[in-house]
Write a protein that binds this ligand. Sequence first.
Ligand code: MG
Length: 450
Amino acid sequence: MASLMVSISGIRGETGSTFTPAVIAKYTAAFAKYMQGGKVILGRDSRVSGPFVTDLVKGVLAASGCTVIDIGIVPTPTVQLEIEHHQAAGGIAITASHNPIQWNGLKFMGGDGRFLNPEEAATVYAMADKNETDFKPWSELGSVTDDPGAIDRHIQKVKAISFIDVEAIRKRRFKVVVDTVNGAGGIIMPKLLEELGCEVIAINQETNGKFAHTPEPIPENLEQLSAAVKEQKADLGFAVDPDVDRCAIVDNTGTPIGEEYTLAIAAKLVFSKQMGRMAVNMSTSRASEDIANYNNCMFVRSKVGEINVAEKMKEIDAVLGGEGNGGVILPEVHLGRDAPVAAALTLQMLLEFGGTLQELRAELPQYAMVKLKVNIEGRNPDAVLEAMAEKYKEMPIDLLDGVKIDFENSWVHLRKSNTEPIVRVISEAATEKEARELAERFMDEIKASL
Ligand code: MG
């Protein structure tokens, strides 16, 4: 049984074991108190457990005097946008993101449409641990209304992005396969692509939460999409995770281009049009960094975690940011990862490039990444990392989040896990072979240090 995960990205657990009605009520009641009876936007992904969780969350919010606007089955970024649209005090997305079917969770957002930052989340969790509530008498209960217009408003926001030319994309008539893995993207992704003039072949579109394959949009889970792109002779394929904040791309030959390259394509487009700053997390590929540098644009790295990237972007007034897992953040729309935004930027870039997606991928900086883990059972992970930091102190080293060591043409990032007794070893180099050798070298060094 997996334990309940409580992190800056919200709470997550398995339905029937750790993500129980009591747990859901405890955290929702604390969040409702933190909202001080304000307006709360509520949306969910398509998970089978979604309806019961929604009913419960709605009930607790109303019992706490919050005005609830239920926007139905929507992407997490849609909840973020609707907080701004309704000038709400905050929002909750009921989702376990890319986790498998047995999981569900709550992502909490504040009044600016961003996730709670680490301090705000810590406040809410501390309130939950003390079972703090603010339940109201009958005369002060909150109301619940539905708003079915959220997805259309999200699509309009994407079509209004200054970097894209909707009419030009429409004329190109891209043929696109989109795999929404029976998640919340089944409505918004095909509709957006159709409004961008694409001939759309949607697979796993039904939003029933019975994921047709492992839902994380990483290459090994994209076989069905790859086959469909080849068979349909499509220009490209998009895959999104169940809550539609991550977007992966398959090229015209049916080959996944790697989720790191969604952000690189966005960077190539945005920096071809505007000078500006970019922020990504410490484990994101150098591909975007090279593109920013080539365009004389400032490039900054943050701690891992979407909210940390978003906070850094706000601090430096970035025009673009995100994470290498296919999470593109375009502040012009909002400060959250958004797969519809990523898809629209990709089509515009492909249109302007003029060739195929395979050719476009070949023009981007070439890197390969390898992710391994070392078991450190019984050891203090901080001490393990400190020993590595000491050993490499003469090198360009960054201790913002774990230990990152930059070499001339490669890097390695060592991070502890908050849930398992492991150290993650993430490396990047020009080729897969070099990246693997580098990661294995560090694995051996960590093992030798234990
Ligand atoms: Mg997600």
